[in-house]
Design a protein around this ligand. Structure first.
Ligand SMILES: O=P(O)(O)OC[C@H]1O[C@](O)(COP(=O)(O)O)[C@@H](O)[C@@H]1O
Ligand SMILES: [Mg+2]
Ligand SMILES: [Mg+2]
Length: 323
């Protein structure tokens, strides 16, 4: 079995990037340990405060954010960071070369019911002279990511990673504290019969999305000509992991509940890194109109409509929106 470090030494010819990924994994192993202990470590429940997005934080959102933040601040190659749980970017080493954007705990509404959550991260190259306290420093297209990944805290702790050369899965052996290669160059099947969407928002979707989902629900009797199965975990990391493992389509589209926002999920630390992992595995990632990684970033907490997974099914959704 190949250790993460050995794999990275062979597949990533950027030692500074390897050291950042390894440093992130030290923090993520600590998060995994605390998530596993749960109430025994006193980490469940609400933090009784809201984040910048007006969402109530869980204790574990704050703990995970602090663990990653403090570890990035000690890494020489990291110039700055932006997090879902931080209103503003945080400066690290002014001479660093990388910017790290992250969602410290995705799906955190699941933490109190012992369902899978995860950490999502995106790594960008910084330009010399850029100010790490300025939001504009971080506003690069998804295509410019040099690495993206997530760590899944489920029955096993997994790292799913791309440095631009395929998407690879690693499993943590908690007995020795090492990640080992589980699957190299995963491929998402182009077709699927499984979809994931929060159906309770149906009446708020655009008519095009309503039409697609209602055709899909008609199964083999409808125009899509096949019977679909549905899953909704309310944890994007867990849904994308299922899709990377066996295919499927995941959607959190625009809806009219907050008409001025393009969607619920965040572009810079949810949409973009997941899009890179999905595309590197042969899938597609769209807003229903354009590729997510081509969306022009305007703020670090920007929202985006998300349709990603099996390529043929994403194409079908885009066709419904083109007509
Ligand atoms: O509760 P809803 O509206 O179904 O939203 C679920 C979605 O929200 C998220 O939990 C948002 O992420 P956070 O938990 O990091 O805020 C996604 O993981 C998930 O897909
Ligand atoms: Mg999230
Ligand atoms: Mg989160």
């Amino acid at each position: 079995m190949q250790r993460l470090r050995t794999f990275l030494d062979h597949h990533c010819n950027n030692p500074a990037l390897v050291s950042v990924i390894e440093g992130l994994m030290v923090a993520c192993k600590d998060i995994a340990y605390k998530v596993q202990l749960g109430s025994l470590a006193g980490v469940l429940g609400s933090a009784e405060q809201d984040n910048i997005q007006g969402e109530r934080q869980k204790k574990m959102d704050v703990i995970a954010n602090d663990l990653i933040k403090y570890s990035l601040q000690t890494m020489q190659p990291v110039k700055g960071m932006a997090s879902e749980e931080e209103a503003d970017p945080v400066a690290c080493n002014p001479d660093g070369e990388f910017l790290v954007l992250f969602d410290p705990l995705d799906g955190s509404s699941n933490i109190d019911v012992n369902v899978t959550v995860g950490t999502i991260f995106s790594i960008l190259q910084s330009n010399p002279g850029d100010d790490p306290t300025h939001e504009s420093t971080y506003l690069q297209h998804g295509r410019e990511q040099i690495a993206a990944g997530y760590v899944l805290y489920g029955p096993s702790t997994l790292l799913v990673l791309s440095t631009g050369n395929g998407t690879h899965m690693f499993t943590l052996d908690p007995r020795v504290g090492e990640f080992y290669l589980q699957r190299e160059s995963v491929k998402i099947p182009a077709t699927t019969k499984e979809f994931a969407i929060n159906m309770s928002n149906q009446r708020f979707w655009l008519p095009e999305m309503q039409k697609y989902v209602s055709d899909l629900l008609r199964g083999e009797e409808g125009p899509l000509g096949k019977r679909f199965n549905m899953r909704w975990i309310a944890s994007m990391v867990a849904e994308i992991h299922r899709i990377l493992t066996r295919g499927g389509i995941f959607m959190y589209p625009y809806d009219s509940r907050e008409p001025n926002k393009p969607g619920k999920l965040r572009l810079m630390y949810e949409g973009n890194p997941m899009s890179m992992l999905v595309e590197q595995a042969g899938g597609k990632a769209s807003t229903a109109y354009d590729d997510i990684m081509d969306v022009e970033p305007t703020s670090i907490h920007q929202r985006v409509s998300v349709v990603m997974g099996s390529a043929d099914e994403v194409d079908t959704v885009v066709r419904y929106h083109a007509s």
